[in-house]
Design a binder for this molecule. Structure first.
Ligand code: NAD
Ligand code: DAO
Ligand code: ZN
Length: 370
């Protein structure tokens, strides 16, 4: 079949909207009509050329929602008409990683997904002249139709709006999951969230759900305060307005350091501050942000010797096929909010405007509706 897609032809160039060829699903695969997709910083990072693993031409996008149109041989858990959210972290439920309760990093299709192809080693997308186009994070949601492995699709309820639940495919789950699955924050905790963007706001609402007492937000941009307050922030710190040492200021504000800190900036200097602002003896600092290629973190080892720990999380530690449908339920039941964070809705033709808004810091989430 043919479908419309925004294609990343080469690094540093705007996406090009065009008709592309899409082969039907092979064994174990599913054809999905994408109804909506969010634009995430990771797509922009890859498009910029800064991502050393970025490959072109490719169809980017990993934060989508849509409807199953066709299933390949052997697919048992999905059927045409089902509503689904693509998963860049799949859940096969049989690999060593899926069987270990300590991780969500299913490895069953890791190699081919990283190479931009389906598990059989080939791409389903091509240009009209036959040039293959690579898949991206196993999802490629910047296309009106895409093919994914069955294990990379979460089946969700049919009454949930696509233009909101697409955000659960990355930002919402990453932020809330970092609190609930990775940190396992306890009621009454004190926490600091560095970076109040699309991820940090979801960390805030995860902390509110978990019953944290003090939720400090840290951002260089004062315009983030209003939305952050709405999502549970109790105190705001703009490092530009702090005279003296930021760590000392945060330690004083929390009465000795935070039980949990979260980096949602991707800045390695901020990651160090986050670790050192966590409480001596028991503080845990969770890295969510993805740092630029080649960047390294550092601290004095004595920070760890004296009981602070440094941890990281991908997709909020969520097992997608199991956890994503529950998060959709939380949204539909009013336990979490998504709507205010969808600040812009665009057509596929305007997708590059969505990236401009992101770079200007004017959007939290821009969503493309097909
Ligand atoms: P964003 O740009 O919307 O938000 C980042 C925020 O950090 C902004 O509000 C910015 O003002 C603030 N900031 C930047 N530098 C700062 C500094 N030095 N001190 C304080 N605040 C600062 O980005 P986002 O979409 O929220 O993503 C945040 C990070 O999470 C990115 O690095 C992204 O790649 C990463 N991410 C990780 C995962 C994962 O699974 N681990 C998933 C998705 C995104
Ligand atoms: O299993 O080795 C692996 C890789 C898992 C990929 C996890 C990606 C998490 C961070 C990327 C940003 C999300 C959009
Ligand atoms: Zn697995």
């Amino acid at each position: 079949m043919r479908t419309r897609a925004a294609v990343a032809i080469e690094a540093g160039k705007p996406l090009e909207i065009m008709e592309v060829n899409l082969e039907g699903p092979k064994a174990g695969e599913v054809l999905v009509e994408i109804k909506a997709t969010g634009l995430c910083h990771t797509d922009a990072f890859t498009l910029s050329g800064a991502d050393p693993e970025g490959m072109f031409p490719a169809i980017l996008g990993h934060e989508g929602a849509g409807v199953v149109l066709e299933v390949g041989a052997g697919v048992t858990s999905l059927k045409p008409g089902d509503h689904v959210i693509p998963l860049y972290t799949p859940e096969c439920r049989t690999c060593d990683y899926c069987l270990n309760p300590k991780t969500n990093l299913c490895q069953s299709i890791r190699e081919t997904q990283g190479a931009g192809v389906m598990p059989d080693g080939t791409s389903r997308f091509s240009m009209l002249d036959g040039t293959p186009i690579l898949h991206y994070m196993g999802c490629s949601t910047f296309a009106n139709h895409t093919v994914l492995p069955e294990i990379a699709l979460a089946k969700v309820r049919k009454d949930a709006p696509f233009d909101k639940i697409c955000y659960i495919g990355c930002g919402v789950t990453t932020g809330i999951g970092a609190v609930i699955n990775t940190a396992k924050v306890e009621i009454g905790s004190k926490a600091i969230v560095f970076g109040l963007g699309g991820i940090g706001l979801n960390v805030l609402q995860g902390l509110r759900m978990a019953g944290a007492d003090q939720i400090i937000g840290v951002d260089l941009n004062d315009s983030k305060v209003e939305m952050a307050n709405r999502f549970g922030m109790t105190d705001f710190v703009n490092p530009a307005n702090v005279t003296g040492d930021l760590v000392a200021h945060l330690v004083e504000l929390t009465g000795g350091g935070a039980d949990y800190t979260f980096d949602a900036t991707g800045n390695v200097g901020v990651m160090r501050t986050a670790l050192e602002a966590s409480h001596k003896g028991w503080g845990e600092s969770i890295i969510i942000g993805v740092a630029p290629a080649g960047a390294e973190i550092s601290t004095r080892p004595f920070q760890l010797v004296t009981g602070r720990s440094w941890r990281g999380t991908a997709f909020g530690g969520a097992r997608g096929r199991t956890d994503v449908p529950k998060i959709v339920d939380w949204y539909m039941d009013g336990k979490i909010e998504i709507d205010p964070m969808i600040t812009h809705v665009l057509s596929l033709d305007d997708i590059n405007k969505g990236f401009d808004l992101m770079h200007a810091g004017e959007s939290i989430r821009a969503v493309v509706e097909f």
